[in-house]
Design a protein around this ligand. Sequence first.
Ligand code: NAD
Ligand code: MG
Length: 396
Amino acid sequence: MSPKQVAILGSTGSIGVNTLDVIRAHPERFKVVALTAAKQIERLAEQCIEFKPAIAVVADADGAAQLSHLLEANQITTQVLYGPQALVSAVTESGCDTVMAAIVGAAGLVPALAAAQAGKRVLLANKEALVMSGNLFMQAMKTGGGELLPIDSEHNAIFQCLPDHFTKNPSEHLGVEELWLTASGGPFRDRSLTDLASITPEQACAHPNWVMGRKISVDSATMMNKGLEVIEAFWLFGLPLEKIKVLIHPQSVVHSMVRYRDGSVLAQMGQPDMRTPIAYGLAWPERIDAGVAPLNLTQLTGLSFTEPNFSQFPCLSLAFAAAKAGGTAPAILNAANEVAVAAFLDEGLPYLTIPSVVEHCLNAMPALAADSLEMILEADILARQTAIQYIRAIKR
Ligand code: NAD
Ligand code: MG
């Protein structure tokens, strides 16, 4: 068996580092051929020294010069590239057959789409890409002829609970009645909305069960993350929106479930450790050691499931509304949320303003057809401008 040739987009992030951790344990199965990062040059250099990829990509020329210098000093011959187009080269020119799409946010869309078009096995962590361009992305997967393996733990769980042939023929639904996405409820699950006015970035990023990047941690606190995941599930599994439900499950043991017509409910359980879905995607249809401790059910104090309170989590309602509106509305939702979360993390925007920014952009911009990448990127840019103007106005 020749090793799979893997490109990791966003290798210095939480998902990227976990992916390398799984790969490190299976050198006979996987060879890293491309690594990319935005700004963490030293961490990327260490990864290149260990895994010796053909290509490494960073955000800009300064970063590229710094990385080249560090690699030359260690006699590493990795080709160093920079800029958004080079992320596409990491997919199309590295000789990879498998792409881990783990860049955070809209920045990951174009290279993920390139991987879909090129017929790669796409391990999709970058949910924002699918939220923005679901129809286009699924079409690109189909024409490219590659395999799409969801890495988001909920979608990976659902994928594991569906029959093998489901994803090839989703329109038949094969007795599937509903998908139940579980949500931990984040750090503010039991707090009232008014209680959250003075929440700091540190408090919002302290997720009770998962260790993740800062943007997705804030999304988990507002539950925008679950909203994005509803849209992600809609595109991945082709079920009507009404059949996709959210359940609050604070223990994060059941990662999601599928309810069938005959009364069966299939669940996937495990530790809250992203190396499980990553290893599943890398090795599918085989199963390999992920380095994850076994789940001990006798040590659990209980498993609980409740309906989410939509008034406590306005971002969840906004995501459902955008999903229903369709077209460019999910791209607008996503862009406005990215701007608002960045302003919360870096500029002191009050926590409770995040949903206001998103709501403003959804109301200010019509949902247009999302038939081409250009239309989607145009909506993304316009929504970012609208969000920035709104934030400026409320700061005055
Ligand atoms: P992170 O912030 O830890 O890492 C993001 C990576 O993307 C880094 O390598 C960074 O250098 C790179 N990056 C950021 N901006 C970039 C840009 N403009 N251009 C090029 N590269 C850029 O994020 P993460 O937690 O690893 O999440 C990555 C993706 O996976 C997100 O879409 C997130 O929603 C999804 N996801 C993460 C988890 C998790 O447990 N961390 C779980 C499910 C889904
Ligand atoms: Mg998830």
